[in-house]
Design a protein around this ligand. Structure first.
Ligand code: ZN
Length: 478
């Protein structure tokens, strides 16, 4: 099994034949969990590891599922640097009455690689067993695509349309930054977004399984923003038998050690403060009062501060972080290069600018022979919390998951949501699925899986949220 998956990985294009040799899936109207499991299994078998992506066969397969249900669907070609690699986004729409502006359900079709040697099952076989679908993309994000797609199918069957159009959008290229996926789509096909008001995508979910804590519905309203920086040291080139004082590589190493000493400032943005305040009552007793007022506790309580910052995930939510990731010097042992370079992956808090962070780096280095230039950055815009969509999610949480708490979140990673926030669309990272921490670790890790029960509950919860948003007068279902 593992060898086969390895061969397929290396073979690349083998994916194109897969959509057509699988047994069909059950009718979602009569067997929703069965349909969800089979469609997801098939989606995992259609390989879309990015690079190169090759998402076109998957977009076509899912378009076929939607068209069979009579849903308006398009496969939209997107840029591909290689003529043998097909790249595409999937777009579909269920019309509403037009009283409200549309809602977009956003996911992505590409996945990160998987090393079969680290997995208990072949990662691209779409294994279904023990109540789970297991494989690369089960959580990130093919499982989400299938939940959103089946929610659209449910809405299409409803006898009365919602007040708003519901638009499904599954893009390529998210895992490498989305410039050729969501970024391309918003630039070239904005008309298909129909002046949407709201968007739901990955980035948040429902955390369960922490003893003493109720289910936490975490809705991501803002993300840290990437700020990638190239540091280049210049020096006298030549033969390395006699090193000059200003050689590029040692100069770069000096610069990098000064960068490593950079202590970024601790700053609590309002969204982070309110997230920890909401979680405070369930924290360890000694941390409760600190979390309830994080900005002042981090300032005035050194013991709390060191406990809080010792957690890498928490630390990343209250300061800019950076990692040195790429290094380049000479290509040969006996050559002094004219340039040596490094790249930093910095992640900035909302409201910070990459140019300002680059200035901080320059000031730390204090060497005019070393240049510091940003190579990639986005704006970090937040979405407001006091909106009908947020309240619809709160209402559905109370209906179907009594005792759960609903918390706005900031995430340290980033998703394609920023492309849509830039258009003024209120965008939340929220996937209705109930995951204990050990299952969340499957995202980008080995043995990624999702329970079939989660797929089914996810579809039903998402439909309830959309109905609550777009049919405000609707009575809660029993
Ligand atoms: Zn993802």
């Amino acid at each position: 099994m593992c060898l086969l998956a390895g061969a397929l990985l290396l073979g690349g294009r083998a994916s194109a034949i897969w959509p057509f040799d699988r047994p069909s899936y059950p009718d979602p109207a009569t067997d929703l969990p069965g349909a969800a499991a089979q469609i997801l299994s098939q989606a995992i078998r259609i390989q879309t590891v990015n690079p190169p992506g090759d998402e076109l066969p998957l977009a076509k397969y899912l378009a076929g599922v939607l068209r069979k249900q009579g849903i308006e669907t398009r496969v939209v070609d997107t840029p591909s640097g290689d003529s043998k690699v097909g790249r595409a986004a999937l777009w579909a729409r269920v019309k509403g009455s037009g009283h409200g502006r549309p809602v977009i359900l956003l996911s992505h079709l590409d996945v990160v690689p998987a090393d079969p040697n680290e997995w208990a099952v072949a990662p691209f076989e779409g294994v279904v067993g023990g109540g789970y679908v297991i494989g690369r993309g089960a959580l990130d994000a093919k499982g989400l695509t299938v939940v959103q797609l089946l929610a659209l199918v449910q809405l299409a069957r409803a006898p009365v349309p919602l007040d708003r159009d519901t638009i499904l959008l599954a893009t390529p290229d998210e895992e490498t930054g989305g410039q050729d996926g969501a970024g391309y789509f918003v630039r070239e096909h904005a008309a298909l977004l129909s002046n949407a008001e709201y968007l739901l995508t990955e980035g948040g979910g429902i955390l369960v399984g922490n003893p003493g804590t109720p289910p936490v519905w975490g809705i991501s309203v803002v993300e840290k923003t990437p700020c990638w920086i190239r540091v280049v040291a210049h020096g006298t080139p030549g033969h390395s038998s006699a090193e000059p004082r200003d050689a590029a590589v040692p100069r770069l190493l000096d610069a990098l050690s000064r960068i490593r000493e950079l202590e970024t400032e601790v700053r609590v943005v309002p969204e982070v403060a309110s997230m920890f305040a909401a979680l405070a009552p369930y924290a360890a007793p000694e941390d409760r009062s600190g979390l309830a007022d994080l900005p002042s506790a981090l300032h005035s309580d050194p013991a709390f501060r060191s406990r809080f910052l010792a957690d890498r995930g928490q630390n990343a939510l209250v300061r800019n972080t950076f990692s040195i990731t790429v290094l380049q010097g000479a290509l040969k042992t006996n050559v002094l290069p004219a340039e040596a370079s490094a790249e930093l992956d910095a992640r900035l808090l909302p409201g910070e600018r990459c140019e300002d962070f680059a200035d901080e780096v320059r000031a730390a280095i204090e060497d005019p022979g070393v240049s510091v230039e940003p190579i990639l950055s986005f704006n970090a815009r937040s979405s407001p919390v006091d909106t009908p969509l947020f309240h619809a999610i709160e209402q559905v949480a109370a209906e179907i998951d009594p005792g759960a708490i609903v918390v706005p979140r900031v995430i340290a990673g980033f998703t394609d949501a920023h492309y849509f926030r830039d258009l003024g669309i209120v965008s939340y990272g929220f996937v209705p699925r109930w995951l204990p921490p050990q299952e969340s670790r499957g995202i980008h890790g080995p043995n990624e899986r999702i329970s079939i029960q989660n797929l089914e509950r996810g579809v039903r919860a998402l439909v309830r949220i959309l109905e609550t948003l777009a049919r405000p007068s609707a009575e809660p279902k029993p």
